[in-house]
Design a protein around this ligand. Structure first.
Ligand SMILES: Cc1cc2nc3c(=O)[nH]c(=O)nc-3n(C[C@H](O)[C@H](O)[C@H](O)COP(=O)(O)OP(=O)(O)OC[C@H]3O[C@@H](n4cnc5c(N)ncnc54)[C@H](O)[C@@H]3O)c2cc1C
Length: 861
C-alpha cells in the first residue's frame, strides 16, 4: 500500500468506485480507494439494480441522466459489462392528483431534455401485461429507465479507475482519521497509515461512523428495504417470445411498489409505510455480505394492493425475499461536497439510488475537488444543506417519514410533520395563539399564514389554490394599505468584524460596501462568475458589518466565507465571522403606517430625512436594544428589527399594542412572498442559483465591475461584454385556479428561430410499443393532457423555465418568474408566451416593470 496519496477514497461501493474513476479521469492519478472488505461489501451488492432519470430536483435529474449515459463509457474502458437493460418504464397514476403530479414531472422534463410522455393505462398495459389497467387513470412513460447488474457495474467503475492509474486496497479498514497542522490527513488503517491531502467519505452504510471519526454527525440513516423475486412466469416468457422484448419497469404510487422483469420472472419492491431503520445508532463493523431477515407482515399492505393492481404477479410463486439496508438523508437525496468547518474532508454518501445517481455524484465531486467547483448546481445534494438541528434523532424521524412517503405526492403547499417542532422562537406560542399555520424553515418553526379565528389552522394540500388564498389576500391588502408585522427569524444573520473585514467583503461581494449606517444589497459570485449568494449588508460601525442572507444557505455560505478568509498578510487573522443562527431573531413591519407605528416605540427621530431608505441604526424599540434596517422585502415602506431572543416577546407585544390604532395585522411568509412577486424581487435558490450569471439573473445594478477586484469579476465582465444568453424575467400569467409552482416550461411563439437555450432530448432510450408490437410515438395522451411530445409544437418552442411564482394578491394577478433567452426578455407582447400549468398552456406576458409601485417611491418615502 502506498503511504502517500493526493486523495484517499474510503469505501468500495458503487459510489466510492465512481468517485475514484472520476478523479482518475480528471487527471489525479496518485489516488487510492481503501475498502474494509471486498468491493460492494455494503449495500451495493444486493441492490435491485434499477435506474431512472426522474427526480423532484431538476438539477439532480440532470446528474441522473448523466449516470445512465456513463455506463457505456465505463464498459468500454474497463471491458467489464454492466449488463444494462434499457427497458423504459412507466409511473402509474390512480387518481387525479397523481396524474397532476405526473403532468408536472412531464412538463419539467421538457426543458431538461427528457423524453417522457403521458400515456393511457392500456398503453402501459401493452408493455407490462401483468397489470389490471382499470385501477389507473393514466401514466407517464420514461424511456431512460432500466436495470443493470450492481456488482458488475461497481467493478466496471473500479477497473476503469485502475486502468487510469488509481490504486485500490481491499480488506483494510480505515480505523481513524487525524489531521496535521498543515492540513495533511493521516488515514489510519489496519495495514498502516496513509498521508493524504484529501479524504472522501464514501462509507455507505458506515458513512455516519466515518463522519464521527472527524467529529461530524452526518444526517444519514440506513433503512431496511425488501424486494421479492418470483419463480419463472410463463406470461413473462410468452411476452418476451411474442414481442422480442423485455417487460418494462413499473412504478405504482398507490401500492408504493416498483416492479420489473428479472430473468424469466418478476422483481417487486416496496417502500412500505411501516418502514424500519437499521442500526439506528451504530453500524456494526462486522456486517458483511449478509441479508436481513425478511418481514413479510410489514410489506403485506403494499403487496395486497400490488397483487390487485398486478394480478398476473399474484399467481406466481415467490422464489426469494431480499431484505437489505441502504442509506438515506432526510430528503432522500445524497450528501455530497466538502464538510463545512473542516479542510479537504469530502462526502459522497447517503446515496440511496447509487445506480441512478452514482455517476453524477462522482462527476460533481471530482470537479469540486479538482477544479474547486462541482460544475453543476448540486445544491439539492450538497452536504451543507442541513444544519446542526439534523441530529441523530431528528434524522431518524425525518428519514422514516421520507422513506414511507417515497411514492407519495408532495403538494406545493404541504408541510411535513416529522421531527417538528424542532426550533422555535420566543413568540412561537403567541403565533399559535394567533391561529398561525406554521411551516418548517431550515428546522425553525415559522408562521406561513394566519387562519381566520375559529377555523382550524391547517393547509388543505393541493396543486390548486387552496384555503390559504383568502386569508393571505387579506394579510397582503392590510399590509399594503395600513401596516403588517411578520417574523423574520428565519433569515441567515452573520457579523463580519475586524480590521480586515471591509477588504474581505469587498473581495467576496460584487457591490461596494456601504458607509457606516448604510445598507447595500449585493450578490456574491464564484470564480466562474456564477451566482452563489445574495445578501443585505449593513455597516454597523468601524470594521463591523452585519449580513443577512438565505437561511437554508447558512452552512453553504459559511463554508465559502471560511475558505476565503485571508490566511496571511498583515490583516490576515484580523477578520472574524460570526454566524448568529437563532441567537439573533427578528420582526419586520411593513406598510404605509409602519413609520408612524415605529415612531411610537423609539426615542429617536425616524422621519424620512433622519432615517432614510437603506439606513441601518441601533436603537431601542419598545425598550429593547435592537438593530433596525430601513428596508423590507415587501417593497413597501418598512423596517426589519433585529434583537436577542430574550427581547422578542417584548418587542412583538409593543408592536401589537402600538399598532392597534393603525389597523396592524399579522402576516406570514406566504404573504411576504406574494408581495415580493409584484415587486419582481428574486429569491435565493429559486431565481438566483449557481447555474446563472449575475447579468442573466438581472442583477446588473449590483455588479460594480469598476470597483476593486472581486471573486468572479473577470468572468462577470466577460458575461457582460458578450451579453448574457438568458435573462430573468417576470410574467403575468392568465391562470385559472392554479398558479405556477416552479420548474414549469415557458413556451414562446418563435416560429423557426432557435434560441438555443433549451436542451434537446437525449436522443436515446427505449422505444415504446403497443400490444401488437408496433413502435408508438406521440400517441394520444391520457386524461386530456397535451398530446405534444418534446419541446416543439408548430411555431411554438419551449424557450425557458419558471423558477417560482404564485398569486400576487395586491395587484390581483397570477405571476411567475423564470429564465428566457435574452433576446426575448424585453418583449412584452401579448400572445408571445405560454406557461404550462398542470398540463395546460396558459397565455403569459412579460412585465419588465414591477406591477406594484414600479418607481419604488413607496419604499423610499
Ligand atoms: C434491497 C435493496 C435494493 C436496492 N435497489 C436499488 C435499485 O434498484 N437502484 C439503485 O440505484 N439503488 C438501489 N439500492 C441502493 C443502493 O444499493 C445504494 O444506493 C448503493 O449501494 C450505495 O452505494 P455506496 O457506495 O454509497 O455504499 P455501500 O455500498 O454501502 O458501500 C460502502 C463501502 O464502504 C466500505 N467501508 C465503510 N467503512 C469503511 C472503512 N472504515 N474503511 C474501509 N471501507 C469502509 C464498506 O465496506 C462498503 O463496501 C438498493 C439497496 C437495497 C438494500
Amino acid at each position: 500500500m502506498t503511504s502517500h496519496a493526493k486523495a484517499v477514497v474510503i469505501g468500495g461501493g458503487v459510489v466510492g468506485c465512481s468517485v475514484l474513476y472520476h478523479l482518475a479521469k480528471a487527471g489525479w492519478t496518485d489516488i487510492m480507494l481503501i475498502e474494509r472488505s471486498e468491493l460492494t461489501s455494503g449495500s451495493s451488492w444486493h441492490a435491485a439494480g434499477g435506474f431512472h432519470t426522474l427526480n423532484g430536483d431538476p438539477n439532480v435529474a440532470k446528474l441522473q441522466a448523466y449516470t445512465v449515459q456513463l455506463y457505456k463509457e465505463i464498459e468500454e474502458i474497463s471491458g467489464q459489462s454492466c449488463s444494462l437493460h434499457l427497458t423504459g418504464g412507466v409511473m402509474m397514476a390512480d387518481t387525479r392528483e397523481r396524474m397532476d403530479f405526473l403532468r408536472l414531472a412531464h412538463a419539467k422534463g421538457r426543458y431538461l431534455g427528457m423524453d417522457t410522455e403521458l400515456i393511457t393505462p392500456s398503453e402501459a398495459k401493452a408493455m407490462f401485461p401483468l397489470m389490471d389497467e382499470t385501477n389507473f387513470v393514466g401514466a407517464m412513460w420514461d424511456p431512460v429507465e432500466g436495470h443493470l447488474d450492481p456488482s458488475g457495474t461497481t467493478h466496471a467503475y473500479a477497473k476503469a479507475a485502475r486502468k487510469l492509474g488509481a490504486e485500490i486496497v481491499l480488506r483494510n479498514r480505515v480505523v481513524e482519521l487525524t489531521q496535521e497542522v498543515d492540513g495533511t490527513w493521516n488515514v489510519v488503517t489496519e495495514q498502516g497509515t496513509v498521508k493524504a491531502e484529501h479524504v472522501v467519505n464514501c462509507g455507505g452504510l458506515w458513512a455516519r461512523e466515518i463522519g464521527r471519526m472527524v467529529g461530524v454527525e452526518l444526517p444519514v440513516l440506513a433503512m431496511e428495504h425488501m424486494y421479492l423475486l418470483t419463480e419463472p412466469m410463463p406470461e413473462v416468457e410468452e411476452f418476451n417470445t411474442s414481442t422480442g422484448r423485455e417487460m418494462i419497469g413499473v412504478m405504482d404510487f398507490k401500492g408504493e411498489i416498483y416492479t420489473r422483469q428479472e430473468r424469466n420472472g418478476i422483481l417487486l419492491g416496496t417502500y412500505e409505510k411501516a418502514c424500519k431503520p437499521w442500526s439506528p445508532v451504530n453500524t456494526p463493523w462486522d456486517f458483511g455480505h449478509e441479508l436481513l431477515q425478511p418481514d413479510i407482515d410489514r410489506i403485506a399492505p403494499s403487496l395486497e394492493i400490488g397483487f390487485k393492481h398486478f394480478p398476473g404477479i399474484e399467481k406466481a410463486g415467490i422464489k426469494q425475499i431480499i431484505n437489505g439496508p441502504f442509506t438515506f438523508a432526510l430528503d432522500g437525496n445524497p450528501l455530497v461536497g466538502p464538510v463545512q468547518g473542516l479542510t479537504n474532508f469530502w462526502c459522497a454518501c447517503a446515496v440511496m439510488a447509487g445506480f441512478s445517481q452514482g455517476g453524477g455524484v462522482g462527476l460533481a465531486l471530482s470537479n469540486w475537488m479538482v477544479h474547486g467547483d462541482p460544475g453543476f448546481d448540486v445544491w439539492g445534494m450538497d452536504v451543507a444543506r442541513f444544519g446542526e438541528w439534523a441530529t441523530l434523532r431528528y434524522t431518524n424521524a425525518k428519514v422514516r417519514e421520507n422513506y414511507s412517503r417515497r411514492f407519495s405526492i408532495r403538494f406545493p403547499n404541504e408541510e411535513l410533520p416529522a421531527a417538528r417542532p424542532a426550533q422555535t422562537t420566543p413568540v412561537y406560542d403567541t403565533m399559535l395563539a394567533n391561529n398561525a399555520v406554521m411551516g418548517d424553515s431550515w428546522g425553525l418553526e415559522t408562521p406561513l399564514w394566519f387562519a381566520p379565528k375559529g377555523s382550524e389552522p391547517k393547509d388543505i394540500v393541493s396543486f390548486h389554490r387552496s384555503n390559504d388564498f383568502g386569508p393571505i389576500g387579506e394579510e397582503v391588502r392590510a399590509t399594503r394599505e395600513k401596516v403588517g408585522v411578520t417574523e423574520i427569524a428565519n433569515f441567515a444573520k452573520y457579523e463580519v468584524s475586524g480590521p480586515g473585514a471591509e477588504d474581505f467583503l469587498n473581495r467576496l461581494m460584487t457591490n461596494r460596501m456601504p458607509k457606516t449606517g448604510r445598507i447595500v444589497l449585493t450578490p456574491m459570485l464564484n470564480e466562474f462568475g456564477r451566482l452563489i449568494g445574495d445578501f443585505t449588508i449593513a455597516k454597523a460601525g468601524d470594521d463591523r458589518f452585519m449580513i443577512w442572507g438565505s437561511s437554508a444557505a447558512q452552512k453553504y455560505h459559511m463554508r465559502w466565507f471560511e475558505k476565503h478568509l485571508p490566511k496571511d498578510g498583515p490583516r490576515g487573522s484580523q477578520v472574524r465571522i460570526h454566524r448568529f443562527d437563532q441567537t439573533l431573531v427578528g420582526l419586520s413591519i411593513a406598510g404605509p403606517k409602519s413609520r408612524d407605528l415605529l415612531q411610537k416605540l423609539v426615542d429617536v427621530d425616524i422621519s424620512t430625512k433622519a432615517f432614510r431608505f437603506m439606513d441601518f441604526r441601533e436603537m431601542a424599540v419598545g425598550g429593547a436594544p435592537c438593530m433596525v434596517n430601513r428596508i423590507t422585502y415587501t417593497g413597501d415602506l418598512g423596517y426589519e428589527i433585529w434583537m436577542a431572543p430574550a427581547y422578542q416577546r417584548l418587542v412583538y407585544k409593543a408592536i401589537k399594542e402600538a399598532g392597534e390604532e393603525f389597523g396592524l395585522v399579522d402576516f406570514g411568509m406566504r404573504a411576504l412572498l406574494s408581495m415580493r412577486l409584484e415587486k419582481n424581487f428574486p429569491t435565493w435558490f429559486r431565481e438566483l442559483r449557481p447555474i446563472y450569471g449575475p447579468f442573466e439573473g438581472s442583477m446588473d445594478r449590483f455588479i460594480k465591475l469598476e470597483k476593486n477586484d472581486f471573486i468572479g469579476r473577470e468572468a462577470a465582465a466577460k458575461e457582460q461584454a458578450a451579453g448574457p444568453k438568458l435573462r430573468r424575467v417576470s410574467f403575468i400569467v392568465d391562470a385559472a385556479d392554479a398558479d405556477v409552482m416552479g420548474d414549469e416550461p415557458i413556451w414562446a411563439k418563435v416560429g423557426g428561430k432557435d434560441y438555443g437555450t433549451v436542451e434537446r432530448p437525449h436522443g436515446y432510450g427505449a422505444p415504446r410499443f403497443d400490444a401488437g408490437g408496433k413502435e408508438v410515438r406521440g400517441s394520444k395522451a391520457a386524461e386530456g393532457a397535451s398530446a405534444v411530445r418534446g419541446i416543439v409544437d408548430g411555431d411554438w418552442r419551449v424557450v425557458g423555465w419558471v423558477t417560482s411564482g404564485g398569486y400576487a394578491h395586491y395587484v390581483e394577478k397570477s405571476m411567475a418568474q423564470g429564465y428566457v433567452p435574452a433576446a426575448l426578455a424585453e418583449n412584452e407582447s401579448a400572445g408571445l408566451f405560454e406557461i404550462e400549468i398542470l398540463g395546460h398552456r396558459r397565455p403569459a406576458r412579460i412585465n419588465v416593470e414591477p406591477p406594484f409601485d414600479p418607481s419604488g417611491e413607496k419604499m423610499r418615502t
